[in-house]
Write a protein that binds this ligand. Sequence first.
Ligand SMILES: [Fe+2]
Length: 177
Amino acid sequence: MFYCKTIPVDNLEEIQQAVLNVIPKEDLIYPRLYYPENNKEIFLSIEPLKKLLSNLGWLNYINKAGFALNIVNPNSETAIHIDSGDFLYSFNLPITNCKNSFVNFYKLRNNIDLTSRVTPFSSYHRAEKNDCQLIKCFKLSEPFVMNTKLIHGVTNQSNDQRVTLLIRLSEGAPNIP
Ligand SMILES: [Fe+2]
Protein backbone atom coordinates (compact mmCIF):
# COMPACT_ATOMS: atom_id res chain seq x y z
CA MET A 1 0.00 0.00 0.00
CA PHE A 2 1.29 3.47 -0.80
CA TYR A 3 1.68 5.70 2.24
CA CYS A 4 4.12 8.45 1.44
CA LYS A 5 7.43 9.23 -0.25
CA THR A 6 9.84 12.14 -0.25
CA ILE A 7 10.27 14.23 -3.40
CA PRO A 8 13.67 15.93 -3.81
CA VAL A 9 13.33 19.61 -4.71
CA ASP A 10 16.62 21.37 -5.51
CA ASN A 11 15.26 24.91 -5.34
CA LEU A 12 13.05 24.47 -2.27
CA GLU A 13 14.28 27.68 -0.62
CA GLU A 14 13.38 29.72 -3.68
CA ILE A 15 9.87 28.24 -3.72
CA GLN A 16 9.43 28.73 0.04
CA GLN A 17 10.33 32.39 -0.24
CA ALA A 18 8.02 32.89 -3.21
CA VAL A 19 5.12 31.26 -1.32
CA LEU A 20 5.73 33.52 1.70
CA ASN A 21 5.74 36.51 -0.65
CA VAL A 22 2.23 35.79 -2.00
CA ILE A 23 0.56 34.94 1.35
CA PRO A 24 -0.40 37.80 3.69
CA LYS A 25 1.36 37.35 7.06
CA GLU A 26 -1.95 37.56 8.95
CA ASP A 27 -3.16 34.44 7.12
CA LEU A 28 -0.43 32.43 8.83
CA ILE A 29 -1.23 33.33 12.44
CA TYR A 30 -3.96 30.84 13.36
CA PRO A 31 -3.55 27.05 13.29
CA ARG A 32 -5.83 25.67 10.57
CA LEU A 33 -6.03 24.03 7.20
CA TYR A 34 -7.32 26.50 4.69
CA TYR A 35 -7.69 27.02 0.97
CA PRO A 36 -6.98 30.65 0.02
CA GLU A 37 -9.47 32.15 -2.39
CA ASN A 38 -8.21 31.88 -5.99
CA ASN A 39 -5.49 29.55 -4.74
CA LYS A 40 -4.72 28.02 -8.14
CA GLU A 41 -4.22 31.42 -9.68
CA ILE A 42 -2.05 32.55 -6.77
CA PHE A 43 0.23 29.54 -6.52
CA LEU A 44 0.55 28.75 -10.21
CA SER A 45 1.77 32.32 -10.70
CA ILE A 46 4.93 31.17 -8.88
CA GLU A 47 7.02 30.11 -11.86
CA PRO A 48 9.48 27.78 -10.04
CA LEU A 49 6.55 25.99 -8.41
CA LYS A 50 4.69 25.65 -11.69
CA LYS A 51 7.86 24.33 -13.32
CA LEU A 52 8.36 21.79 -10.51
CA LEU A 53 4.80 20.49 -10.91
CA SER A 54 5.29 20.32 -14.66
CA ASN A 55 8.59 18.41 -14.32
CA LEU A 56 6.94 15.93 -11.95
CA GLY A 57 4.13 15.41 -14.49
CA TRP A 58 1.53 16.67 -12.01
CA LEU A 59 0.49 20.00 -13.50
CA ASN A 60 -2.54 18.45 -15.21
CA TYR A 61 -3.45 16.42 -12.13
CA ILE A 62 -4.00 19.27 -9.70
CA ASN A 63 -7.39 18.51 -8.22
CA LYS A 64 -10.16 21.10 -8.23
CA ALA A 65 -9.61 21.47 -4.47
CA GLY A 66 -6.29 23.06 -5.42
CA PHE A 67 -3.74 24.38 -2.94
CA ALA A 68 -4.12 24.63 0.84
CA LEU A 69 -1.98 25.92 3.68
CA ASN A 70 -1.68 23.86 6.84
CA ILE A 71 -0.62 25.74 9.95
CA VAL A 72 0.16 23.61 13.01
CA ASN A 73 1.02 25.15 16.39
CA PRO A 74 4.27 24.36 18.24
CA ASN A 75 4.28 21.05 20.13
CA SER A 76 0.86 20.02 18.93
CA GLU A 77 -0.87 17.65 16.59
CA THR A 78 -3.74 17.72 14.13
CA ALA A 79 -6.84 15.57 14.50
CA ILE A 80 -6.45 12.01 13.25
CA HIS A 81 -8.42 11.90 10.04
CA ILE A 82 -8.96 11.00 6.41
CA ASP A 83 -9.12 13.96 4.04
CA SER A 84 -12.45 14.52 2.34
CA GLY A 85 -12.67 15.62 -1.27
CA ASP A 86 -12.12 13.65 -4.45
CA PHE A 87 -8.33 14.01 -4.49
CA LEU A 88 -6.28 10.94 -3.66
CA TYR A 89 -2.82 12.40 -3.02
CA SER A 90 -1.34 15.48 -1.47
CA PHE A 91 2.05 16.88 -2.46
CA ASN A 92 3.22 18.69 0.67
CA LEU A 93 5.95 21.31 0.64
CA PRO A 94 7.48 22.50 3.91
CA ILE A 95 7.31 26.29 4.04
CA THR A 96 8.48 27.12 7.55
CA ASN A 97 9.74 25.15 10.57
CA CYS A 98 9.15 21.58 9.41
CA LYS A 99 12.33 20.13 10.90
CA ASN A 100 10.57 18.15 13.63
CA SER A 101 7.35 17.27 11.86
CA PHE A 102 5.94 13.80 11.49
CA VAL A 103 3.06 12.24 9.66
CA ASN A 104 1.63 9.25 11.45
CA PHE A 105 -0.51 6.62 9.77
CA TYR A 106 -3.00 4.62 11.83
CA LYS A 107 -5.43 1.79 11.53
CA LEU A 108 -8.69 1.52 13.44
CA ARG A 109 -8.73 -0.97 16.29
CA ASN A 110 -12.40 -1.67 15.72
CA ASN A 111 -14.70 -1.40 12.80
CA ILE A 112 -16.11 2.01 13.64
CA ASP A 113 -17.27 4.88 11.45
CA LEU A 114 -15.27 8.08 11.28
CA THR A 115 -17.04 11.30 12.18
CA SER A 116 -17.50 13.88 9.44
CA ARG A 117 -16.37 17.34 10.48
CA VAL A 118 -16.77 20.60 8.64
CA THR A 119 -14.87 23.73 9.66
CA PRO A 120 -15.20 27.16 8.06
CA PHE A 121 -12.10 26.29 6.05
CA SER A 122 -12.18 22.57 5.27
CA SER A 123 -13.88 19.24 5.91
CA TYR A 124 -12.53 15.86 6.95
CA HIS A 125 -13.45 12.56 8.57
CA ARG A 126 -12.15 12.31 12.08
CA ALA A 127 -11.11 9.33 14.20
CA GLU A 128 -10.53 9.35 17.95
CA LYS A 129 -7.02 8.51 19.14
CA ASN A 130 -8.30 5.76 21.45
CA ASP A 131 -9.76 3.96 18.45
CA CYS A 132 -6.50 4.06 16.49
CA GLN A 133 -3.31 2.06 16.40
CA LEU A 134 -0.17 3.70 15.03
CA ILE A 135 1.22 1.69 12.10
CA LYS A 136 3.76 4.00 10.42
CA CYS A 137 5.53 7.23 11.26
CA PHE A 138 7.48 9.34 8.74
CA LYS A 139 9.71 12.27 9.59
CA LEU A 140 8.87 15.00 7.14
CA SER A 141 11.36 17.78 6.93
CA GLU A 142 11.42 17.48 3.12
CA PRO A 143 8.73 17.71 0.44
CA PHE A 144 6.66 14.54 0.18
CA VAL A 145 3.64 13.10 -1.54
CA MET A 146 1.18 11.10 0.56
CA ASN A 147 -1.98 9.07 0.35
CA THR A 148 -4.72 11.20 1.94
CA LYS A 149 -7.25 8.38 2.09
CA LEU A 150 -5.40 6.47 4.79
CA ILE A 151 -5.99 7.48 8.39
CA HIS A 152 -3.31 9.97 9.38
CA GLY A 153 -2.35 12.87 11.58
CA VAL A 154 0.51 15.34 11.74
CA THR A 155 2.59 16.22 14.79
CA ASN A 156 4.80 19.27 15.15
CA GLN A 157 7.38 18.42 17.80
CA SER A 158 9.14 21.76 17.72
CA ASN A 159 8.81 25.06 19.54
CA ASP A 160 7.82 26.90 16.36
CA GLN A 161 4.66 27.13 14.33
CA ARG A 162 4.84 24.97 11.23
CA VAL A 163 3.48 25.86 7.79
CA THR A 164 3.14 23.53 4.81
CA LEU A 165 1.70 24.06 1.35
CA LEU A 166 -0.55 21.15 0.34
CA ILE A 167 -1.14 20.53 -3.35
CA ARG A 168 -4.08 18.21 -3.91
CA LEU A 169 -3.56 15.69 -6.72
CA SER A 170 -6.10 13.49 -8.43
CA GLU A 171 -5.92 9.75 -8.92
CA GLY A 172 -3.80 8.85 -11.93
CA ALA A 173 -1.02 11.35 -11.21
CA PRO A 174 2.11 9.67 -12.62
CA ASN A 175 5.13 8.38 -10.67
CA ILE A 176 3.20 7.77 -7.46
CA PRO A 177 4.31 5.62 -5.71
FE1 LIG B 1 -4.86 15.21 6.04
